[in-house]
Design a protein around this ligand. Structure first.
Ligand SMILES: [Mn+2]
Length: 157
């Protein structure tokens, strides 16, 4: 079982980057998403098959995708979702259709703004995550429901 690690109280960047790892990086391999403290316990730094939005490292070849210093001097220059998406594009995985989702996730994670982001907060991924967080406390439950929703949402992109 491949282990994908991200942070507890997951925001959209954590959820979408973990989902991209699960569905497009590991694909047919069974994988699970674990939610840990933002200061990642050392055992997960070593043993996780993939870290997204935690760990402060950007090492795509080792599947470490964080955008916070020292990985990037300015954490708002990119986001975990964009980093794993760009890596998959580079290695030829068919993820181009996720571009709009990546863009609104990036904008929301880095205090940007756009009509698409406003719409996402009304009835898109940001709204869906907010609703699930009000409904459930367990991050695994939130993640699983969100992943299910994202698979359907991205089918029509
Ligand atoms: Mn992030």
């Amino acid at each position: 079982m491949k282990q994908i690690v991200t942070h507890a109280d997951p925001d959209l960047d954590a959820i979408v980057s973990a989902w991209i790892a699960q569905d497009f990086l590991f694909q047919a391999h069974a994988s699970e998403v674990l939610f840990v403290s933002r200061k990642v316990p050392e055992k997960f730094m070593q043993s996780a098959d993939c870290l997204v939005d935690v760990g402060n490292r950007y090492e795509p070849e080792n599947y470490r995708f964080d955008h916070k210093p020292p990985a990037f001097e300015n954490r708002n220059s990119t986001c975990a979702t964009r980093l794993i998406w760009e890596y998959l594009l580079d290695i030829g995985v068919a993820v181009r259709h996720l571009e709009g989702l990546v863009e609104i996730t990036y904008q929301g994670d880095t205090h940007r703004n756009s009509e698409a982001l406003k719409q996402s907060r009304i009835d898109g991924p940001h709204a869906k995550l907010k609703q699930l967080k009000a409904e459930y406390k367990d991050p695994t439950e939130i993640y699983q429901q969100m992943a299910f929703w994202l698979r359907s949402y991205t089918k029509n992109l």
